[in-house]
Design a protein around this ligand. Structure first.
Ligand code: COA
Length: 373
């Protein structure tokens, strides 16, 4: 079958099966293994969600306790990884740092066989926040931080390492909810990239490295950074309205809006928007949230476009004191659960993913040696 221009970018193509999530399915919306995203973001912690994705069911209390303890015990960085991170300049993009950390760990602690896959998945979940925080502090101040913290969850641990103090319960919970929202999303570009890599029978680290590289772009995970840059350009809602109208008149894309699969709303956006509102009120900030809402109104009015998860995640993360360049890496921390679960699912019923292309180049022609050209 050939791909027409209507299906460019594989839009609308069913490229495989998954038991992990439904995205925008009639009557289901966004679910992870049958549980609605709204219920999970409200009632579960991210580690319960990660367990659900990796192991198929929500954990019992003893399983969750053991999982949290295992992750906590694996946050430490090997000395060689610290040495690699210390070589990376302050100017490096933090996504490149995480991609490098993943790849380097694959050399230090390789996956020996597919039987090793859960160990590697858990190690990556545990180590990414530590690796990023270690590089972040070292590159800026030369300070080699201790990557242990008393925080049982990934959200608390990262905020603790980033700010050097115990986070508030509300900040911990807000970041945790965002991790749940970011954890999984069917055959999005980075997950598909990870599955393609896994389908060649490559290792988990290579698959996750592919995922990170794919997530980095502004049409995918990088949108949350660009959304923040846009919001911060404006001093008040009227200024934002003018700026967005000008950008639209120049046919510029507004990052954090629109979606390949959702048609009229991204259910994750409603949840993160509420967190952004709560955090803005707690911070006593009158402008950032109001500017964001005005941008949303203008995009709906002018283009019938709706915010995706990345738009209000940007302001929520700003209220948590997270630097903009670290926004997409936070997406990596969470999506590692989804990527790893997809790799495991791909391996369980693998067939090499290798589509074909319509050839549009020159017709067959005779080769002439260089002296005759
Ligand atoms: N701002 C302005 N216009 C947008 C837009 C946006 N964020 N998203 C889509 N559009 C417009 C396109 O310009 C295009 O208009 P046209 O038909 O007049 O040319 C139309 O809507 C279709 O967009 P297209 O990019 O072809 O849709 P897609 O399905 O290929 O892309 C996205 C989906 C997500 C890549 C796209 O909406 C986008 O680039 N959004 C911004 C990046 C982003 O937030 N990514 C995170 C996704 S979770």
């Amino acid at each position: 079958m050939s791909i027409s221009t209507n299906t460019a970018g594989l839009a609308g193509i069913v490229a495989g099966q998954t038991a992990l999530s439904t995205v925008g399915k009639e009557g289901a919306g966004l679910t992870y293994r049958g549980y609605s995203i709204e219920d999970l973001a409200e009632h579960a912690i991210f580690e319960e969600v990660a367990w659900l994705l990796l192991y198929g069911e929500l954990p019992k209390q003893l399983e969750l306790d053991a999982f949290l303890a295992r992750l906590q015990s694996q946050r430490d960085l090997p000395a060689q990884l610290k040495a690699v991170l210390a070589q990376l300049p302050e100017s490096a993009h933090p996504m490149d740092v995480l991609r490098t950390a993943c790849s380097a760990l694959g050399c230090l602690e390789p996956e020996h066989s597919a039987a090793d896959q859960f160990r590697v998945a858990e190690r990556l979940l545990a180590i990414f926040p530590s690796a990023l925080a270690y590089w972040h502090h070292f590159a800026r101040s030369g300070n080699r931080i201790d990557t242990e913290s008393p925080e049982p969850t990934m959200a608390g641990h990262f905020l603790h390492l980033l700010h050097g103090v115990q986070p508030s319960a509300e900040h911990r919970r807000a970041l945790d909810a965002s991790f749940t929202l970011y954890a999984e999303h069917e055959f999005n570009a980075s997950t598909f990239a990870a599955r393609v890599t896994a389908s060649t029978l490559s290792d988990m680290y290579s698959a996750i490295t592919s995922g990170i590289g794919t997530l980095r772009g502004p049409l995918h995970g990088g949108a949350n950074e660009q959304a923040m840059e846009l919001i911060e350009r404006f001093t008040d809602p009227d200024h934002a309205e003018q700026g967005v109208l000008t950008a639209l008149s120049r046919k510029e894309k507004i990052m954090g809006f629109g979606h390949r699969v959702y048609r009229d709303r991204d259910p994750r956006s409603d949840v993160i928007k509420e967190w952004s509102r709560r955090l803005s009120q707690a911070a006593g900030d009158a402008q950032l949230f109001a500017i964001s809402e005005r941008i949303e109104q203008v995009l709906r009015r002018e283009k019938k476009l709706f915010p995706n998860l990345d738009f209000y995640a940007a302001s929520a993360y700003r209220f948590l004191g997270i630097p903009t360049l670290l926004f997409t890496p936070l997406f990596v921390f969470a999506r590692t659960a989804g990527w790893a679960a997809h790799v495991i699912e791909q391996r369980a019923d693998n067939r090499l993913i290798r589509p074909t292309a319509d050839y549009i180049g020159p017709s067959t022609r005779p080769f002439r040696p260089i002296v005759q050209r």
